[in-house]
Design a protein around this ligand. Structure first.
Ligand code: ARG
Length: 606
C-alpha cells in the first residue's frame, strides 16, 4: 500500500509511527561511504582508515567528495613503494571502486587529491520513488539507543517561566521529536524547580502575612505568587530573624507538616496551570517530574557518597571533587540541606538505573555547563555512570535571548510586553493580520485562528532553532515574520504552494506513484531531488552535536531549490506532469517531516 499521503487528503504523513515498523534505508552519505570503504580496503589493504565522505554544496565539486587520499598519502610517505603524490592515491582509490548504481560516472579528481562524485539521477529518483511508496519512516537514521531521557523546559515554581525556559522548551522538544522519529523510546522530563530553600521563605512569608495560607487562591494568581516571592526574598535578604524562620520552615515542609505541604501544593498547582497553558499552545508534551520527586533519596545518596569516600568535608559541607575541575560539586550544605547538585546526582542514577536510559540529555542555558561538568564527573566517580558501556550523556547548552536593544531579557525586569504569553499572543496576532490581508473573506474564523497560531508560534520556534544554539540571539518579530527570509513563514508558504500545485494537477498522487516514473532530467529537478534524498544525513548531522539549526538549514535550502524548480519547470499540464507531481509530493513530505521535527504544523493553504 502507498503510505505517502496525497496532499489532497490533508493528512500529513506521520513518520514517527512508521519508523519502528519500516525497514531503514541508510543515508546516501553512509551508503556512499560503504562503497568507498570497499575501495580503500582493496586498494590499500595494509592501512585501515575510515572513509571520509562529505556532501558538497557546489556542483563543480560533485555531489559528494571523498577526502581520504591526502591522509593515506601522509601515512605511507617514506615507506617502500609509497605513491609519489596524493593524486596517485586518489587514482588508486577510484580504480578500486566497486561497480555501483549510485555513482553516475567515473569520479574526477580535484586539487591535491579530492575525489568528486556525481550521483546517478536514476538512482536518486528510485530512492525518492521508493520513499513515496514506503513512507518517510524508512528514512529515519537507525539508532543503537533504544531509550533516551530528555530533560528540558524545567521552569521554576512561583517564578514565571521566561524566555530562557522557552528556548529550553523549543530545543528540547525538537531533540525529543527527532529521537522519537528514529524510533527511540523517549522520556520527556520537566525537571521543575519545585523544592529547596526558596520555598521555606515563600511559605513562611505566606504563613505570616496571609491568614489561612493560600486557601481560596485561584490559579490566575501566579503573578501574585511572583509578588509574594519578591516580597519574601526581600525580607530574607534584609532580616536575619526572618531568614532563620524561613530555614526552619524548609525543615517543617520537608518533614511533612500538613499545613505547609498544602501551601506548597497550591503554589505548585498554580504554576503548573500556567506552564501547561504555554505547553498546550506550543504543542509540547512533557512529564512533570520536579526536584521534589528526588527528595526521598537524597539523604541516603549523600551518606553513600560519604561512606565510600567520594564526598569529603569542606567547612562542614560535603563536596565531591572531579578531576581537572577547579571547584567541587556541593552535595550537602553546611546546614545539612541538599541543593541543585544533590538532586542532579539523583537524576543521573534514577534515569540510568530505573529508566534504563542509554542516552541522557539535559537542556539548559550555557551558564549551567559548569554545573553539568561537575555532575557528570561526580557521577563517573560514583560509578553511576559506568566505565564500561556508559550511556551517552549530553548537556545541551544554549545562549541568551536578547531584546531588540541587544540586552538580556531577564525575568526580574521583565515588563509586561515581554512576558511569554504575550510574546506568543503578539506573534499570533501579527500573523492573523497577514493572512487576513491575503485571504480576505475567503477564510473561516476557525481556519484563520488555527493558521495564525501555527504560523505565529512556528515563527517563534523557527527563529530560535535556526541559530547555532550556543550563540545569543535577538528576539525580533519583524525578522521572524519575514515572508522571504529564513523563517517559518517562508517555509509554510513554500509548503502551501506545493499543496496548491498538487491540487491544481488534481490527480491522486498515490495512484500516480504506483504507475508513473520519476525522472530528474532538468538541472533544477536534479538539484531538488538531491536535496530531498539528503534528509537522512541531515538528521544524522543534527544528532552529532545536537544542533537543530542543521534542520532549518536543510529545509531552507529545500524551499529555495523548490522555488527554482517551480520557476523553471512547469508542472500542471506539462508532458512531465506525473514525474514532476511525484517530485512535488516527495518535497512536501520531506518538508512536513522536517517541520514536524521543528514542532511546526504544516499549512496547506495560506
Ligand atoms: N530549573 C532549572 C532552571 O530554571 C533548570 C533545570 C534543568 N534540569 C536539571 N536536571 N538540572 O535553570
Amino acid at each position: 500500500t502507498v503510505v505517502a499521503s496525497g496532499l489532497g487528503g490533508m493528512t500529513p504523513t506521520d513518520g514517527a509511527h512508521l519508523a519502528a515498523a519500516a525497514q531503514r534505508v541508510p543515508s546516501v552519505r553512509t551508503e556512499l561511504a560503504a562503497t568507498f570503504r570497499t575501495a580503500l580496503h582493496s586498494a590499500f589493504p595494509a592501512i585501515s582508515v575510515e572513509p571520509i565522505v562529505v556532501a558538497t554544496n557546489q556542483a563543480r565539486h560533485g555531489d559528494y567528495q571523498c577526502n581520504n587520499a591526502m591522509q593515506l598519502f601522509g601515512r605511507m610517505k617514506g615507506k617502500e613503494g609509497a605513491p609519489k603524490k596524493p593524486t596517485d592515491v586518489a587514482t588508486a582509490i577510484v580504480d578500486a571502486l566497486p561497480a555501483s548504481s549510485m555513482i553516475a560516472e567515473r569520479p574526477t579528481l580535484a586539487g591535491p587529491g579530492f575525489i568528486n562524485v556525481k550521483l546517478s539521477h536514476g538512482w536518486i529518483s528510485e530512492r525518492i520513488h521508493s520513499m513515496l511508496l514506503q513512507g518517510i519512516g524508512t528514512w529515519a537514521p537507525p539508532f543503537k539507543y533504544k531509550r533516551a531521557v530528555v530533560d528540558f523546559s524545567s521552569p521554576n515554581v512561583a517564578k514565571e517561566m521566561h524566555v530562557g525556559h522557552l528556548r529550553s522548551t523549543i530545543i528540547g522538544d525538537t531533540l525529543a521529536r527527532s529521537l522519537e522519529f528514529c524510533g527511540v523510546d523517549t522520556l520527556r522530563i520537566n525537571h521543575v524547580g519545585d523544592w529547596g530553600t526558596q520555598f521555606g521563605m515563600l511559605i513562611q512569608h505566606i504563613a505570616e502575612t496571609r491568614p489561612g495560607g493560600l486557601e481560596g487562591t485561584t490559579t490566575e494568581e501566579v503573578s501574585d505568587l511572583q509578588k509574594l516571592y519578591k516580597e519574601s526574598k526581600a525580607r530574607f535578604d534584609a532580616d536575619e530573624d526572618f531568614k532563620a524562620r524561613a530555614r526552619a520552615a524548609v525543615t517543617r515542609l520537608q518533614s511533612g507538616d500538613t499545613e505547609f505541604q498544602e501551601t506548597w501544593r497550591r503554589i505548585c498547582e498554580a504554576s503548573r496551570n500556567e506552564f501547561d497553558a504555554i505547553y498546550q499552545r506550543l504543542g509540547v508534551h512533557i512529564l512533570w517530574r520536579g526536584e521534589s520527586f528526588y527528595n526521598p533519596v537524597l539523604k541516603s545518596l549523600v551518606e553513600e557518597l560519604i561512606e565510600r569516600g567520594i564526598a569529603e568535608d569542606s567547612d562542614g559541607a560535603q563536596v565531591v571533587w572531579v578531576p581537572k575541575e577547579k571547584v567541587p560539586l556541593m552535595v550537602r550544605k553546611s546546614d545539612g540541606g541538599f541543593g541543585y547538585g544533590t538532586t542532579d546526582m539523583a537524576t543521573l542514577r534514577q534515569r540510568i538505573q530505573d529508566e534504563k536510559a542509554e542516552w541522557l540529555i539535559y537542556v539548559t542555558d550555557e551558564g549551567q555547563a559548569g554545573h553539568f561538568k561537575l555532575v557528570f564527573g561526580a557521577g563517573r566517580r560514583w560509578g553511576t555512570i559506568p566505565e564500561e558501556n556508559p550511556p551517552r550523556i549530553d548537556h545541551v547548552g544554549f545562549g541568551l535571548v536578547l531584546g531588540a536593544d541587544g540586552k538580556r531579557i531577564r525575568t526580574r525586569d521583565m515588563g509586561a510586553a515581554t512576558r511569554l504569553v504575550e510574546l506568543l499572543d503578539e506573534a499570533k496576532e501579527r500573523c492573523k493580520g497577514t493572512i487576513k490581508e491575503r485571504r480576505g473573506d475567503d477564510i473561516s474564523a476557525e481556519e484563520l485562528d488555527e493558521s495564525s497560531s501555527i504560523m505565529g508560534y512556528g515563527a517563534i520556534k523557527y527563529a530560535d532553532l535556526k541559530n547555532n544554539r550556543k550563540t545569543d540571539y535577538k528576539f525580533n518579530f519583524d525578522e521572524m515574520l519575514n515572508l522571504n527570509g529564513n523563517t517559518a513563514v517562508y517555509m509554510l508558504y513554500a509548503h502551501a504552494r506545493i499543496a496548491s500545485i498538487v491540487r491544481k494537477v488534481g490527480k491522486d498522487v498515490n495512484e500516480v506513484a504506483k504507475t508513473a516514473k520519476l525522472s530528474l532530467d532538468h538541472p533544477a529537478e536534479a538539484a531538488l531531488g538531491l536535496q530531498v534524498v539528503r534528509f537522512t544525513e541531515t538528521l544524522e548531522d543534527m544528532f552529532i552535536d545536537l544542533a537543530p539549526n542543521r534542520l532549518t538549514e536543510y529545509i531552507y535550502e529545500l524551499a529555495n531549490l523548490f522555488s527554482t524548480f517551480y520557476t523553471e519547470c512547469k508542472v500542471a499540464g506539462s508532458e512531465n506532469e506525473d514525474s514532476r507531481l511525484l517530485l512535488c509530493e516527495a518535497t512536501a513530505i520531506v518538508m512536513r517531516q522536517t517541520l514536524s521535527l521543528l514542532g511546526i504544523k504544516p499549512l496547506y493553504r495560506i
